[in-house]
Design a protein around this ligand. Sequence first.
Ligand code: S3P
Length: 457
Amino acid sequence: MSCSGVDSQTKVCAVIGRPVAHSLSPLLHNTAFFYYGLNWVYLAFEVENLKGAIEGVRGFGVKGLNVTIPYKTDVLAYLDGLDMLAEKIGAVNTIVNHSGHLKGYNTDAQGFLKVLSKEGIDPRGEGFIILGAGGAARAISFALAQSGARLSVLNRTPERALELSRKLEEEFGRPVPALELNIDNLKFALDNAAVIVNTTSRGMSPDVEGTPVPGELLRPGLTVLDIVYSPLKTRLLREAEAAGAKVVGGLDMLVYQAGLSFELWTGLKAPLEVMMAQGRNFLEPKKLERKNSLALTGFMGAGKSSVARLVSSMLGKELRSTDGLVEEAAQKPILRIFSEDGEAYFRELEMRAVKEVLEGDNLVIDCGGGVVLNQLNILNLKKKAHIFYLKAGLDTCLKRAEREVRPLLGHDPGEVFRLFSLREPLYEEAADVVIETSGLSPEEVARKVAKEYESLS
Ligand code: S3P
């Protein structure tokens, strides 16, 4: 892979729809590709000509697609095969290109079922109220009906609710009441149901004061799921929570359906926790609280430890080192952890060390050079600290690193150069502030860091 991460070997996935500019899928999938170091990229295409787009997928050998509004149903006509659930639902949100054979899946439905299982909700025999009768309602209600749930569908336009309920009744041979979405019908439906699923767009930004259910109908014992994920907590969820109900936001379903698509394309287990954290970080309004810690990152030998010590005394902040915590946890030096337990174990301890460090406050954090390899580390650090990248050329780093043996600075200069080239863009990307350190003494670098920090806070 090149420094930009894209080269002649890069595999492509994408979401198609109209509009797609708001889509979180590129962020979630590129996060997952990056997590595994895959040379894959995920793009968003605003498509006018669906047939042409699918021909392009075949022509360019695009590995996989997500499909969103308005094409989830229309796209079926251009595929070579369908997964059984997608066929039943009559909608596809994921396409896998098996050497030119395009197969359609519906991970919206399975994603929803995964949310239920994570929340410990068993749909069998349980009463669900589906609000809305569009594409998402269709996928969710088919998944639920197939799992033995009892359903009623409430929609502003009752004819559309009726259309969906007829399809469900035909397929599953059980009655599915279809009603207009109003307060009386909600009261009636709530007599027989303990779970509400909002699939309408009420409450979605910018309509943040909108809600499909009047607050006075919400009560303890109910579970309310909202597929709206922006804002993370809709008015419906806020009021349900205040009334003592259990609430589940839309980001979970979004991430689960994305995770299932990722697994279909790559055969790898989706890094759901990292995808979720990335999504939440993007959606949550930035906290205004001041961050009073700083984290120093950079390649081995960049001077992090000496500079961190100086900055900590200049700013009167406590000094913590992730490597120090790792050694404490393992009860042995880093060199021995690498040789006896392996790098993967070291990275696990390092991730725990980052979490542990961040329990503290008002810190200077001396990060091991590899902390930036794990996006969860970066997301966690960013919550509480400004990240400073101490930048230096490889020669400078190697010279400065001479004083101490490091497991990853072996004798093969080509390998070290490769590591350095891979790491540099990671440091740049994670950094809030980049400090050029070549030719400067630790004192001079520390003064630069302290000055930049003061101007930030
Ligand atoms: C590493 C850097 C080291 C230490 C370990 C792995 C790395 O810390 O965590 O040897 O992967 O870059 P320093 O950067 O403080 O040397």
